[in-house]
Structures are given as C-alpha cells and as structure tokens.
Design a protein around this ligand. Structure first.
Ligand SMILES: *[C@@H]1O[C@H](CO)[C@@H](O)[C@H](O)[C@H]1NC(C)=O
Ligand SMILES: *[C@@H]1O[C@H](CO)[C@@H](O)[C@H](O)[C@H]1NC(C)=O
Ligand SMILES: *[C@@H]1O[C@H](CO)[C@@H](O)[C@H](O)[C@H]1NC(C)=O
Ligand SMILES: CC(=O)N[C@H]1CO[C@H](CO)[C@@H](O)[C@@H]1O
Length: 371
C-alpha cells in the first residue's frame, strides 16, 4: 500500500521535473532567438564594423520595454529600422541615425549620494573627445547640438551632471559638445546673458544647428527625453521633483530648453537685462509666443527631472524688477538681445569632458531712484 503511494508520488515528481525542464528549454530558446535577432540588427546596421564597441548600448533591462508608446503624438518619430535580411559585408557610408535610438533604457535611477570625481566620469566615458565632444560612430546625426550651461562655482553639481548626461546623450545618438559659460567675478549673476554668450561662442567653435540651454543642477530622469531640437522651441524640464513633477504654470520655460539657430534668431536671442534670479525664462517664453511660435514639450511621464539640492547661490538674489520687465517684452525684445550683446572672453579651456569659457559680463546698472 505505502509502496504503491510512494511509487505514485515519485512518478508525479518525475513528471513535474520533466515539465519544468521543457518550459526552461523553451524560455531559453525564445531568449536566444530574441538576443540573436537584436544582435543581427545591430551588426547589419554597422555594416561589418566592429560591433563589440557598441555593446554597452545594448541593454536588455530596458524598463517596461514599451518606450515608443510614451512618445507624444506631435513628435512624428519614424518607426525604427528593421534588420536587413540580405546582409552583405560591404563598407557603406554611415546611415542616418534612427529617429528612436535603439539603446535607450527609459526611466533612470538618479541619486547624488555616491562620491563623484571627474576622473571617474572620464573613465566611464572614454569615447568623449577633448572639450566634451562626441559624435556617434555608427550613424550620422541630423543635427549638431551645443549644450550650453550657465555657470559659477558649481563644481560639485557639474560632476554629477557630466556623470549622468554623457552616457544619456551617447545612448540618444546625439552629435554634441558641452560648453560651460562661466561668469567671472562676484557681481550679480545673469543667466540669460550667459546663454546668449554661449550661443555666440559655440558658433566660433563649429557649425552647431541646435542649442540646448541647461542649468547645471538638472538631471533628466528618462533618456527618452531626446536632447535635440524640434519644429518649435522645446522646453525639456517640464516635471521637476521640486515642483511635484508638474509644470508649475502653463508659461513656464525654465531649467532646460532648446532652440534651433532660426528659432533663436527669430526672437533676437535672450534678454541681457535680467540680473539676479528669475524672470528671464518668462521673458523668453513671451518672445517665443509674440513671434508666432509655440513651445513644444515632451510627454509629462518622460520630461521628469531631478534637481541637485542646494542653497541659493550668493549674488543671485531674486531680481525685484523681474515682474515689471516681463510686462515689457514686446517693446524690449527688439532692442535687447543677441543684437545688443556685449561681453569679454577671458579664457577658453578644453577639458576632457567639457569646454570652459570664462567671460566678463559687466554688472547691473544702478537701481533707478524710487518713486
Ligand atoms: C573590436 O574593438 C575592440 C575595442 O574597441 C578591440 O579590442 C577588438 O580587437 C576589436 N575586434 C575586432 C575584430 O576588430
Ligand atoms: C542597463 O540598464 C540598467 C537599468 O536600466 C542599468 O542599471 C545598467 O547599468 C545598464 N547596463 C548597461 C550596460 O548600460
Ligand atoms: C573655468 O575656468 C575658470 C578660469 O580659469 C576657472 O576659475 C574655473 O574654475 C573653471 N571652471 C571649471 C568648471 O573648471
Ligand atoms: C506598466 C509598467 O510596468 N510601468 C512601470 C514602468 O517602469 C517604471 C519605472 O521603471 C515603473 O514605475 C512603472 O510602474
């Protein structure tokens, strides 16, 4: 009796084990073919070039794996290219970069607690060339993008920014250069003027098509937020942690934005007369709408940003005149902008991960007497 039961139990266990083996084998086969087809895809796209180099982009742990569905409808991305079936190993010129880069991972974990050094960031990004430049090796990007960062005394933030942004931009297949516009001296900070200077100075370096203006303390939390320019002026940082991942108000244009050369010149660049914190981004927003353009934005799930916490910088106190000035954009934008920009370049240094442009921008005019 007991022997019979023991036999049956054993039989059942054996069957279960066999079934498990079969399932395991099936899953292995599926994974194998999945990986194989993706590799083949990459391999064929690089036309016989050494593809092991691109291996870091190839990441199976793509969160959710559904990134194209998150893309806002207005962005008109083409479907990604299908693997070529009849692959022949001839050397062809590099193809244009795909609209949706294949190696994106989606939502990213951003934290600022681990120790960070420029040496470490440099080791992590061996393909970035002197001055903080990068060109995708395997495809031709449509735009050449200059990333312009207004800057003063933020070494700590810059390390994290470089640590996160270089790999993101590489995965996005952006042809880019990183430029720090460093305000010399301790006079009141002037963000928008530094951005104008950035636009002018990077064009002396190369023919950039697209200008992305980013604060040094803002890190995108999703690499599907593509750092290139769009049909309309782009606002990237629409959902910051400090605003509860929402747009603080409809006309907000702060943090990270991007304009093409044509868009930038159409609004006569940015205002030079906003000294201290605040107002300049609203003025820029007014310039855009007054010139018949609309602000383009990513999906709110993608345009998320983490801000590195800090105390307000010295010499960047809120600008008390900002509310008056914003009212006058229509009158002031023709006279104040890229056409009235004055400054002095003190030093241009190319570091391995960025170019440092130190400029003298003057100081705010004396306050008009009250009354
Ligand atoms: C592929 O590239 C790696 C480094 O980029 C190099 O070490 C390796 O020798 C290359 N392999 C071939 C087959 O060219
Ligand atoms: C792949 O993605 C995961 C999470 O998205 C990340 O932790 C990991 O470092 C990535 N691996 C590579 C090789 O990029
Ligand atoms: C940029 O150059 C200036 C002038 O040499 C220097 O004071 C500043 O620390 C540099 N900034 C960075 C981030 O290296
Ligand atoms: C549907 C789904 O799985 N959504 C998840 C996508 O990934 C993010 C973070 O990686 C999660 O927060 C979502 O829940």
């Amino acid at each position: 009796m007991t022997r019979l039961m023991l036999g049956r139990t054993l039989e059942r266990i054996c069957k279960a084990v066999l079934l498990l083996c079969l399932v395991h084998f099936l899953i292995m086969m599926i994974l194998y073919f999945d990986v194989y087809s993706q590799r083949f895809d990459i391999f064929s796209r690089f036309n016989g070039r050494n593809f092991s180099r691109t291996h870091p982009y190839y990441n199976l742990s793509r969160p959710n794996g559904t990134f194209p569905t998150y893309l806002p409808a207005g962005d008109h991305f083409l479907p990604s290219t299908k693997p070529e079936t009849n692959y022949t190993p001839t050397i062809k010129p590099v193809p244009p970069c795909p609209e949706v880069p294949p190696g994106l991972v989606g939502r990213l974990l951003i934290e600022f607690s681990s120790a960070m050094t420029l040496e470490r960031v440099q080791k992590e990004n061996p393909d970035v060339t002197n001055g903080g430049k990068y060109t995708p090796p395997d495809c031709k990007a449509k735009q050449k993008v200059a990333i312009i960062i207004p800057y003063r005394h933020r070494d700590h933030h810059l390390k994290y920014w470089l640590h996160y942004l270089h790999p993101i931009l590489r995965r996005q297949k952006i042809d880019y250069g990183i430029f720090i516009i460093n305000q010399y001296g301790e006079d009141t900070f002037n963000r928008a003027k530094l951005l104008n200077i950035g636009y002018t100075e990077v064009l002396k370096d190369a023919e950039y098509d697209c200008f992305i203006f980013s604060d040094v303390d803002l890190i995108p939390m999703d690499d599907r937020n593509l750092y290139h320019c769009y049909d309309q002026p782009r606002h990237f940082a629409i959902a910051m942690d400090k605003f509860g991942f929402r747009l603080p108000y409809a006309g907000y244009f702060g943090g990270v934005s991007g304009l093409t050369k044509v868009q930038f010149l159409k609004i006569n660049g940015f205002p030079n007369e906003y000294w201290g914190w605040g107002g300049e981004d609203d003025d820029i927003y007014n310039r855009i709408t007054l010139n018949g353009m609309k602000v383009s934005r990513p999906d709110v799930r993608i345009g998320r940003y983490r801000m590195i916490k800090h105390e307000r910088d010295k010499h960047n106190e809120p600008n008390p005149q900002r509310f008056n000035k914003i009212q006058n954009t229509k009158a002031s934008m023709k006279r104040d902008g890229i056409n009235s920009l004055q400054y002095r370049v003190l030093e241009v240094t190319k570091y391995p991960l960025f170019t440092n442009i130190t400029v003298e921008i003057g100081k705010p005019p004396p306050r008009p007497p009250r009354g």
